[in-house]
Design a protein around this ligand. Structure first.
Ligand code: ADP
Ligand code: MG
Length: 807
């Protein structure tokens, strides 16, 4: 492993990026985060002790990872500081660490002033390094995740049923216990008191993990008795008097201190909490730094600021901490959100410009030939997406495009057009699919067309015979083979292309980031096309600065909407009747049981086998029933699919193995048992296995759930065939039901855009930020004509290097 010098900056960057990605042990271009840290920290003696800890990083819990990252930061920061002191001995003698320094006297405060030099902050500054706060500037950019509005503060004696209020009082008692009757129920009881009275607040946690002692102790530590807290929520009259419904609770400061709001205004910022650092401490530091906000130079060119009506950056920073009013706060949030996504997008565009991909010059001969073979013509949406891809392929920057298209919208053929463009330009291509069933299916379809185009194509999966594999690898290495289709067998060592120019990944959500990047490394910055039927909500793709999105928003003609019905178990016999009728007309049916692939345990499998047998013997004795589940060997899976395709079986009992991509147009009924146990997107995928031919198809969702919300969720499918609509609804429903218990405190869990409460507003800001970045990049890719912007850009560039830095 060739390692460069010990570089503190790079290590700090790596730590920042890791923190920003939720401590997930990121995969870099060459190394995993932990390996990168371990080997680099080993380079100097002072950090060897901490280096060792990284050998276990992958086994650490989240909080252990957080602590290790914080510890490493502190050590690195100390080293840096000592180095600085050594090069300027005057500084060293002038300020012994414990003695507070009056920065105003000799060296005026600047944005770069280290926190350790601020008045009276000596030891505190050290604590702040835990939050990655080292300078005045860092503090100013440490945004509050909320504000408590004291304007609506109400005394406990004045509470009225139904009003939304904030109460400020002391936590007199905090108890947390698991119900003796129900081990699934954990109750938090808080007694809050102000000068005028007391109120009891309750919070309930469902789930065994809250019965955990450690968790309960942690809650107690978060809300210590006698501390001052603000609770806001809706007043509700209950059996035991007034309480607050769905309240938020914030610890303000220890009760010995006075409420800051008396001195600094009515809206108080709430910063993300971190162990060992009290909120009042952070507020104190912020207030010290705040006057310097005025010195922040605006990096955005005035023209852009004007066009997008952005407030001045200095103003935004001042307002984000202590806004004068709600309007100013919103404008600050918009500005800061804009900046974040603007620079993100700019960095990706810049990075993309740096990569030297190969531009293709397709001549369309192969495509013309293909079009004489195809039994259909492309839909307008397909044509548009093909054109978008071809434009990308002709650029020297590598394409990174996601094609989203609902199930059955015809993504495969779009991929083939792109593949042919690459082959025509003299490059090899790879098509990777998540399952053997799906790769096999792609192969069958494509081999038919490729034969007529006189192009070889091969299939490589885990069950490819060794001799065949060897032959394929040989043809790849010599460049004879223009297209290789397969599963993740494609990313194994030994699979080497002579000239890989385009990588297509089908159903990309099934692959990890790691697997994707390993495939890309088989070529030199190859063009990348990814395809998915699981629509990414607009917000998510707008915030992902790395990717372009094409949408196939039209189904091939002649498709009839799939009739979808939600059934009670008692109606199952109607469902069976429908299946018999359809089979009598030559059609076929799937019956799916909710066994999630990862958890297909033996007893579940037995249940599926059992169900299959009952169905065969008792319900459909006159038909052939096949079986497909995740634990079958791939040869048997293949056989099951082939028999179904060939109509040897008319009914296929399956687990979710068939969820992605299976294309058998003759199937017209999809019956899903326990449908409430599936996610909406998954159900939509399953439903997409039918309705592929011209005949009317049916999707029957059986559920015995009594939960209203579960039924409401399933009804979305009755109402809509539109995967985008369904995904948005799913996203909304699940987003609302977010489990508070899993939320992270600490800055990794907070994002400035979350402060825009309105989804539409968020999308609007993302959209304009993206657009602004594209405008700037189009105008001057070197950014030289925007010097201030370029400087700021470089700061972001360093931080966002992400995958590139662990090299
Ligand atoms: P998906 O987008 O779900 O991957 P496929 O690519 O499997 O969809 O296509 C679904 C079916 O529609 C296939 O049988 C395919 O041959 C057919 N198809 C694709 N495009 C068209 C078209 N423009 N007109 C008619 N049929 C099409
Ligand atoms: Mg597909």
């Amino acid at each position: 492993m060739a390692i460069a010098n010990f570089d503190i900056n790079r290590l700090q960057q790596a730590l920042t990026v890791e923190a920003e990605h939720g401590f997930s042990n990121l995969q870099g271009k060459q190394f995993l985060f932990a390996d990168f840290l371990q080997s680099n920290l080993n380079l100097v003696e002072e950090t060897q002790k901490v280096a060792v800890k990284y050998t276990e990083y992958s086994e650490y819990s989240l909080s252990q990872r957080q602590n290790l990252v914080a510890e490493t930061r502190r050590i690195l920061y100390d080293i840096r500081r000592r180095e600085l002191e050594q090069v300027s001995p005057i500084a060293k003698t002038k300020k012994p660490r414990t003695e507070p320094l009056k920065p105003s006297s000799k060296s005026p405060l600047t944005l770069e002033t280290a926190l350790s030099q601020l008045d009276g902050l000596g030891r505190v500054a050290e604590k702040l390094t835990k939050l990655d706060l080292h300078t005045v500037q860092d503090v100013l950019h440490y945004y509050p995740r909320d504000h408590v509005d004291y304007a609506h503060q109400v005394a406990i004696k004045d509470l009225e049923d139904g009003s939304t209020v904030t109460i400020v009082g002391t936590i007199q008692k905090f108890t947390c216990f698991t119900s003796p009757k129900n081990p699934n129920l954990t109750i938090v009881e808080i007694l809050l008191r102000d000068r005028t009275g007391k109120i009891k607040l309750n919070r309930f946690w469902m789930g065994k993990r809250y019965a955990n002692r450690g968790w309960q102790e942690q809650q107690k530590r978060l809300y210590p008795e006698n501390s001052l807290a603000a609770a806001s929520g809706v007043v509700k009259k209950g059996k035991f008097g007034l309480t607050l419904d769905g309240f938020e609770l914030e610890i303000l400061e220890s009760s010995s201190d006075r409420i800051e709001s008396e001195t600094i205004g009515r809206v108080v910022p709430i910063y993300p909490l971190t162990e060992g650092i009290s909120p009042e401490l952070i507020r104190k530091v912020v207030i010290q730094c705040l006057p310097l906000a005025a010195k922040i130079e605006d990096t955005m060119p005035p023209k852009l600021r004007q066009d997008y009506q952005l407030v001045d950056l200095a103003q935004a920073i001042a307002s984000i901490h202590y806004p004068e009013d709600g309007e100013k706060l919103i404008r600050a949030v918009i500005r800061l959100t804009f900046d974040k996504f603007f620079y993100r997008r700019l960095v990706s565009l810049y990075r993309r410009n740096q990569q030297k991909g190969t531009s293709f010059v397709p001549q369309s001969k192969l495509i013309e030939k293909l079009e004489t073979i195809l039994p259909f013509t492309l839909t307008n949406a397909q044509k548009r997406v093909v054109a978008e891809i071809r434009a990308d392929l002709q650029k020297t920057t590598p394409m990174n495009r996601l094609v989203q298209g609902d199930v059955g919208s015809g993504k495969t053929i779009v991929a083939i057009y792109s593949i042919l463009a690459a082959i025509e330009s003299g490059f090899q291509t790879a098509l990777m699919a998540p399952t053997e069933v799906l790769s096999e299916q792609h192969y069958r379809k494509i081999v038919e067309w490729f034969m007529q185009l006189h192009l070889p194509v091969e299939l490589l999966t885990g069950s490819t015979k060794a001799s065949k594999r060897k032959e394929i690898l040989r043809q790849l290495a010599t460049g004879e083979l223009p297209l290789l289709i397969g599963t993740h067998a494609l990313i194994q060592d030994g699979v080497n292309f002579q000239r890989l120019g385009l990588v297509v990944i089908d159903e990309q959500h099934r692959f990890g980031r790691d697997q994707r990047s390993r495939l890309l490394q088989k070529g030199e910055d190859p063009h990348v096309l990814i395809m998915t039927a699981t629509p990414i909500p607009r917000t998510l793709y707008l915030t992902n600065s790395e990717i372009e999105v094409s949408i196939i928003d039209e189904l091939p003609p002649g498709r009839k909407p799939i009739q979808t019905n939600l059934l009670k178990p008692a109606q199952r016999k109607d469902a069976y009747e429908l299946i018999r009728r359809e089979i009598a007309q030559g059609r076929q049916a799937y019956i799916v049981f909710p066994l999630v692939e990862e958890s297909e345990k033996m007893e579940d499998i037995k249940a599926a086998i059992q169900e299959k047998e009952t169905l065969q013997e008792k319900i459909f004795p006159n038909f052939q029933v096949g079986l497909l589940h995740g634990q079958m060997s791939s040869a048997n899976k293949d056989l099951a699919i082939q028999e179904f395709r060939a109509l040897k079986t008319q009914i296929l009992v399956a687990t979710t193995v068939i969820e992605v991509g299976v294309d058998i147009p003759n199937a017209s009924v999809m019956l899903i048992e326990h449908s409430d146990r599936f996610g909406l997107a998954q159900l939509h995928q399953l439903r997409g296995r039918v309705g592929r031919g011209a005949s009317q198809s049916y999707c029957l969702l059986i559920s015995n759930s009594k939960s209203e919300s579960a039924i409401a969720r399933l009804q979305v499918l009755e109402q809509s065939q539109d995967g985008f609509f369904i995904a948005e609804r799913d996203f909304q429903i699940r987003g609302k039901g977010k489990d508070e218990g899993t939320e992270q405190s600490g800055h990794a869990g907070f994002a400035i855009e979350d402060r825009l409460s309105d989804e539409a507003a968020r999308q609007e800001v993302f959209q304009i930020a993206r657009q602004a970045a594209e405008r700037v990049m189009a105008k001057d890719p070197s950014l030289d004509s925007f010097p201030a912007l370029k400087l700021e850009f470089e700061r972001h560039y360093q931080r966002l290097q992400g995958g590139v830095i662990f090299t």
